[in-house]
Design a binder for this molecule. Structure first.
Ligand code: ADE
Ligand code: ZN
Length: 337
């Protein structure tokens, strides 16, 4: 059997993170620190007790905790600190380009100004570029289980400074909230020159993936694992070179797959689809991107060639400039030696 790469080799592999919710990097320790700093009371006695809640039965059971815990994020500096910590960990795990999702509706509805959110995160991204050499940007996600008018309003607020955004996405509870509800708001975002992505086929049916492509005009599908159920859709994704941002540990923790050994990751790639490995909400799901690579190796097998391919695809599928992509692909050449 081909020797599989070590943990340190997989961490060192230069890669892009394309599916990461910055609020999902809120570790229990930081949640308690921010709660103390901001005078917010968390309904748990200790960091350990909060961490014990990280046992989920489905997407909604996770989202309930995710939205409740983000209440500790109050100031621009909180958002900056959260992002700084994520980028430090990401850098240690080989991330050279990171496109970060954020959920501004969940903050604005708590009375936090969108400027505090955007300035905090994007300030830390600029620092990360300077100090860690990580390029990237911000993708504003609309909450699909909130009224479309709310998505429209947050887009208008964000478009006062479109230079701060790379694109828009669609997240939160999927089933019962089909992409077509967001047709007009995505059209407006695309007209403003933003990239478009959407979560689809995580818990929802393959038809939501088709809608995200046809109605929203997205360039990548986040998760998309239920495409494995639809051979015609697999052919289409392969033919149209639509990348999937797959999050293996998330899929196990939210029980969209029964266990990692049953994950369709490699099968999607074998069908010719552009597949990437990402971390989704690493503080909640047991690991950052490096741990996703090592867990895949342990459960499904991952040769150096396969790992290299996933990393190269992540760079290719990113919204980095052509010059930056070339630079990052060269970094992968150097990793191979
Ligand atoms: N928001 C944060 N993580 C999410 C996920 N995995 N699916 C949908 N919405 C999310
Ligand atoms: Zn996600």
């Amino acid at each position: 059997m081909t020797a599989q790469p070590s943990d340190s080799a997989l961490y060192a592999l230069p890669k892009a993170e394309l599916h990461l919710h910055i609020e999902g990097t809120l570790e229990p320790e930081l949640a308690f620190e921010l709660a103390a700093r901001n005078g917010v009371s968390l309904p748990y006695d200790s960091v350990e007790q909060l961490a014990e809640q990280y046992e989920f039965s489905d997407l909604q059971s996770f989202l309930d905790l995710y939205y409740a815990t983000m209440d500790v994020l109050r100031t621009e500096d909180d958002f900056a600190e959260l992002t700084r910590r994520y980028l430090r960990t990401a850098s240690e795990q080989g991330v050279r380009h990171a496109e970060l999702f954020f959920d501004p509706q969940a903050h604005v509805e708590r009375g936090i100004p969108i400027e505090a959110v955007v300035d905090g995160i994007s300030g830390a991204i600029a620092e990360g570029e300077r100090d860690l050499g990580i390029s990237g940007g911000l993708i504003l996600c609309f909450l699909r289980d909130q009224p479309v008018e709310s998505a429209d309003a947050i887009l208008s607020a964000a478009l006062t400074r479109p230079d701060r955004l790379l694109g828009v996405g669609l997240d939160s509870a999927e089933v019962g909230y089909p992409p077509e509800l967001f047709r007009d708001v995505f059209a407006r975002a695309r007209d403003a020159g933003l990239h478009a992505v959407a979560h689809a086929g995580e818990e929802g049916p393959p038809a939501y993936i088709v809608q995200a492509l046809d109605v929203l005009g997205v360039e990548r599908i986040d998760h998309g694992i239920r495409a494995i159920e639809d051979p015609a859709l697999l052919d289409r994704l392969a033919e149209e070179a639509v990348p999937l941002t797959v999050c293996p540990l998330s899929n196990v923790r939210l029980r969209t797959v029964p266990e990692l050994a049953a994950h369709p990751l490699h099968r999607l790639e074998e069908a010719g689809v552009l597949v990437t490995i990402n971390s989704d909400d690493p503080a909640y799901f047991g690991g950052y991107i490096g741990e996703n690579y090592t867990a895949v190796r342990d459960a499904l097998g991952l040769t150096a060639d396969q790992a290299e391919r996933y990393a190269r695809t992540s760079i290719h599928a990113s919204f980095a400039s052509t010059a930056r992509k070339a630079e990052l692909q060269q970094a992968v050449d150097a990793w191979r030696g």
